[in-house]
Design a protein around this ligand. Structure first.
Ligand code: SF4
Ligand code: SF4
Length: 326
């Protein structure tokens, strides 16, 4: 796989700093039952990296000590980590709002059939990838058969009340195909709702449009097809200053499967450690920091490690794990 790190390193993206820490986004490992073309994690059924029970205990301790409001679980397929249910339970018992970034098809895999009921019982918010409501597009991006299993999984979540009851939020994620920016989230959401309801009787709450990042598998594909420069030009030309105040790294800290911290999930995948006090604008790459080393630190005002891929968050309508920014 081709690496885009060195092509992104020299950046003119504006310096940004942290605000109050609100969300801890934890990657429970790179193991996944799928292997999608657009995956920025390079997750697959062959990956072995999984967060251990010891590191999960560090996460729980951090949540408690820092009074974090939201725990955002990602992967791979986070449900494939054997500690998943224990972590969710402990966080919910502390009053933390839990988000599961679920690929949906995992809910139908042997051994995971009880996860949908567990999520509903614990009122976990589900954020699910659904790049299109058309079979051809989903299967092309996420693999053959993924569309019909995603439909069955969404119907299962609806069965447990997701997308219907206020406390059971089901939000879908749209990624563009190819080298395009996402369309307007506000315009796409009603079309998604109408199509999924009419074709499959599926209900959901919100649609999040997310820009593809020029890193990992998608970055490598861009390089292989000779489209990397064109895509970067698109992101830079569409830069919108209004998105800068809303980028998710300001209030989110990303944790990898070993417990090291990053300013966001994308930086984690690039191996770009949390900026904290490093001045990345003068070319100094930040040192690795473990979550346990931040228990006494106030992150407010600390530097965020930026590179050229950050234009992916500020292009057009903006992009974050919670969808468009404006
Ligand atoms: S995009 Fe999600 S579902 Fe697809 S391989 Fe990556 S982690 Fe798995
Ligand atoms: S890529 Fe990460 S660090 Fe850069 S702006 Fe987006 S969220 Fe922030």
């Amino acid at each position: 796989m081709k690496n885009t790190f060195n092509l992104l390193k020299n950046t003119d993206f504006p310096a940004i700093k942290r605000t109050q820490l609100e969300t801890l986004q934890v990657n429970l490992g790179y193991l996944c039952n799928q292997q999608c073309l657009h995956c920025h994690v390079d997750a697959s059924p062959r990956r072995k990296e999984i967060m251990t029970a010891e590191t999960v205990a560090d996460v729980v301790n951090f949540l408690k000590q820092k009074n974090i409001k939201t725990l955002d679980l990602t992967g791979g397929a986070p449900e494939m980590n054997p500690e998943f249910c224990s972590l969710v339970k402990q966080a919910v018992d502390m009053g933390v709002h839990v988000i599961d970034r679920c690929n949906i098809t995992i809910l139908l895999e042997p051994g995971f059939e009880k996860i949908a009921a567990f999520l509903a019982e614990n009122k976990v918010e589900v954020v699910a990838s659904m790049p299109c409501y058309l079979r051809e597009n989903v299967d092309a991006q996420r693999g053959k058969g993924v569309f019909s299993n995603s439909i069955k999984g969404l119907q299962l979540l609806n069965h447990y009340g997701y997308g219907k009851e206020e406390a059971l939020q089901l939000n879908l994620v749209y990624n563009p195909q190819g080298i395009n920016l996402p369309p307007s989230q506000n315009e796409l959401e009603p079309a998604y709702k109408k199509e999924l309801q009419q074709r499959f009787a599926i209900s959901f709450n919100n649609l999040y449009t997310i820009t593809n990042m020029p890193i990992k598998r998608f970055g490598s594909t861009l390089l292989s097809k000779g489209l990397f420069d064109e895509y970067m030009q698109l992101l830079k030309t569409a830069y919108s200053k209004d998105n800068l105040s809303g980028v998710m790294c300001r209030s989110t800290l990303s944790v990898d499967w070993l417990g090291y911290v990053y300013d966001c999930d994308f930086n984690q995948m690039l191996g770009l450690s949390a900026g904290l006090n490093a001045d990345i604008t003068v070319g100094v790459l930040p040192a690795k920091t473990h979550i346990n080393d931040l228990l006494q630190s106030d992150l407010k005002g600390k530097d965020i490690a930026i590179m050229d891929h950050c234009y992916g968050c500020t292009a057009g309508f903006g992009s974050s794990c919670g969808g468009a920014l404006i």
